[in-house]
Design a protein around this ligand. Sequence first.
Ligand code: IPE
Ligand code: IPE
Ligand code: MG
Length: 241
Amino acid sequence: MAKIQPETLNLGKDLPKHIGIIMDGNGRWATRKGLPRKLGHRAGMERLRGLIRFSSDIGIEALSLYAFSTENWKRPKEEVGALFELFMEYFLSELDELHKNGVCIRIMGDMSAFPQRMQDAMAEAMSKTASNPGLKLNIALNYGSRAEVVRAANILVKKGEEVDEEALMNALYTAGLPDLDLVIRTAGEQRLSNFMLLQAAYAEFVFTDETFPELTEELYTGCIREYQRRTRRFGAVVEKK
Ligand code: IPE
Ligand code: IPE
Ligand code: MG
């Protein structure tokens, strides 16, 4: 497939460096079609493949995806199991392609709760792609922002040094990455659900009524355009764009 150039989309240079996506609404997408929820998750995974490639093609620096939260364990066992199966399938089928495209994979979250073969697959994905120069792809799995901050606090306590903002931010999973510029949440809900609270301190939020399986490249580009129309002030006085 030909590489999509940002110029042909007229996105200009003002691309968000770091985008977060709260991939919501897979279940509702399926239910509306009279399908089991797990087919919604499958449709979400297919959409994900496209959006990761697209983000990489248009030159997004970092993409953080909310795939499974620390709260999602409250779901029925069968649904959680189906989700894990899909994650495995995704990693096994996409790893080579992602690696070839220079994508660098980072898993954010407590992996120890997952089946061993899944932990092995994640560890392989991370080590294989660690020095890749392309899109930084962060996948939040068994992730919660509060758990991340607790983990960071423990890392810092062990170091025993005085903590400043830089030290705190560097103890998060996103160490070394820019803050989130844009957070997109699909399926109409307007909340963070424990996603990257510190990294989103000055992010712009765009909510879509469409569910995640319906987040086409066109809609995603529309979210980026919406971001570009916003005036970011970071607390200062800035003339409107
Ligand atoms: C998001 O879709 C995927 C995960 C949370 C894993 P949902 O499964 O939350 O879909 P809805 O919100 O129930 O429609
Ligand atoms: C947030 O979606 C978590 C992920 C997208 C992985 P949820 O569907 O779990 O969030 P709530 O329960 O509606 O807040
Ligand atoms: Mg949901």
